[in-house]
Design a protein around this ligand. Structure first.
Ligand code: PLP
Length: 408
């Protein structure tokens, strides 16, 4: 019989999310017709911007004409989109990124998950705790984690984020090869400032490590002093890869388009000390395993950079951030300890001492009919915390906060 990849046996089951669904189902069964408000999911609720839809329709028509038909496209993305990304998201902001340092894909989840395969199985990995679970799980699948011991994988370097350090990860006191940073952070909503990010870049330069920087939520940064790209930090172009997505910036969660920036200057070495560009390795990987994002979708993504598109996208982000302010103000008026929600669409609650996040989930569901996400689902340090998202509809967000104020 074929042998399995036994690394998969090291994965922890996603019991928590199954348990959440079970609890909501049970609640609805015993309270038929109950009106539950979901502030738990990380999916958006606003429709695509008109400029995006127009571009999609027009590109679909092109595809139906002899002259406008497009078959397989370049695996790394059409030039019109790569250049729009490099120009608007980087060069116009004073960051030198070349078009061929942009790789268009069907999502940051797949990019961030697949990218680790460019590194040796022996590389050591640092991951913040709590965090978006994909970084850890894909490294477990690749055999870099070792086995779980007392809730932690023996070979992973955990960067603990707690209320004591303001949910900002400290630099490790050991060497690591790969560092996953997510800023603005999912789930804590905290953002690394220029000084903190500079320390990470200096560490990576000194240790010859690579920073895998996930900035899927950069569009939510309102504070002009906070870095939106790691390449705002001098030296980052030698040590960092940046992952970005149209999902939360432009409502593309169901449309699927993202990109990864890999400067030619980010190098890894082979066993003999020979240097290799990550950019070229990823190009080789993508041309072998990926056949590109549909033409129609890339045209839709390019419309995000038109004058109309930029204005409409800004309004959408502002809509969600207004929700975030409603959640923050409501809960702050109750005296709750909160993080995030100012430069990120996530609000992270520090629960009263001793309360488990699953217990709070139960209380919030049964008393207020509101669903959120227990912090423990994002890592052991998430225990005692709880995530609410600003991605809901406005009136439902207002109602959720009213219910919480009334019943909690
Ligand atoms: N990175 C982070 C931090 C996320 O929270 C998410 C989605 O929730 C993603 C990446 C995935 O984005 P995409 O929809 O582009 O796959």
């Amino acid at each position: 019989m074929a042998l399995m990849n036994e690394n998969y046996l090291n994965l922890a089951g996603s019991y928590l999310f199954a348990e959440i669904n079970r609890k909501v189902g049970a609640y609805l069964k015993s309270n038929p017709g109950a009106d539950i408000i979901r502030l738990g999911i990380g999916d958006v609720t606003q429709p695509l911007a008109p400029a995006v839809v127009e571009a999609m329709v027009s590109a679909s028509r092109e595809m139906g004409s002899k002259d406008g038909f497009h078959g397989y496209g370049p695996e790394q993305g059409y030039e019109f989109l790569r250049s729009a990304i490099a120009e608007y998201d980087y060069r116009k902001r004073g960051i030198a990124v070349a078009d061929d340092e942009i790789f268009v894909s069907d999502g940051s989840k797949s990019d961030v998950a697949n990218f680790q395969e460019l590194f040796s199985g022996d590389c050591s990995v640092a991951i913040t705790d709590p965090v978006y679970p994909v970084y850890l799980d894909t490294n477990i699948m690749a055999g870099r984690s070792g086995v779980m011991n007392n809730g932690r994988y023996e070979k992973i370097v955990y960067l603990k984020c707690t209320a004591e350090n303001g949910f900002i990860p400290a630099i490790p006191d050991c060497h690591v090869d790969m560092i996953y940073l997510c800023s603005p952070n999912n789930p804590t909503g905290t953002v690394l400032n220029r000084e903190q990010l500079t320390r990470w870049v200096e560490y990576a330069l000194a240790e010859k490590a690579v920073i895998l920087f996930d900035s899927a939520y950069e569009a939510y940064i309102a504070d002009a002093d906070l870095p939106r790209s790691i390449y705002e930090i001098p030296g980052a172009e030698k040590v960092a890869v940046e992952f970005r997505s149209f999902s939360k910036t432009a409502g593309f969660t169901g449309t699927r388009c993202a990109y990864t920036v890999i400067p030619h200057t980010v190098m890894v070495s082979d066993g003999n000390g020979g240097l290799h560009e990550l950019n070229q390795l990823w190009l080789r990987r993508q041309t072998t395993k990926f056949n590109g994002v549909p033409y129609v979708i890339q045209r839709a993504a390019a419309a995000v950079y038109s004058d109309e598109g930029r204005r409409q996208i800004k309004e959408q982000v502002a809509y969600y951030m207004e929700n975030a302010a409603i959640i923050r103000n409501g809960l702050e008026s109750m005296g709750w300890e909160l993080y995030g929600g100012k430069n990120a669409p996530y609000i992270w609650l520090k629960l009263p001492e001793g309360e488990l996040s699953m217990n709070f989930f139960d209380r919030l569901l049964t008393k207020a009919g509101v669903v959120g996400t227990p912090g423990v689902g994002f890592g052991p340090c998430g225990e005692g915390c709880f995530r609410l998202t600003a991605f809901g509809e406005r009136n439902r967000t207002i109602e959720a906060i009213e219910r919480i104020k009334l019943n909690m």
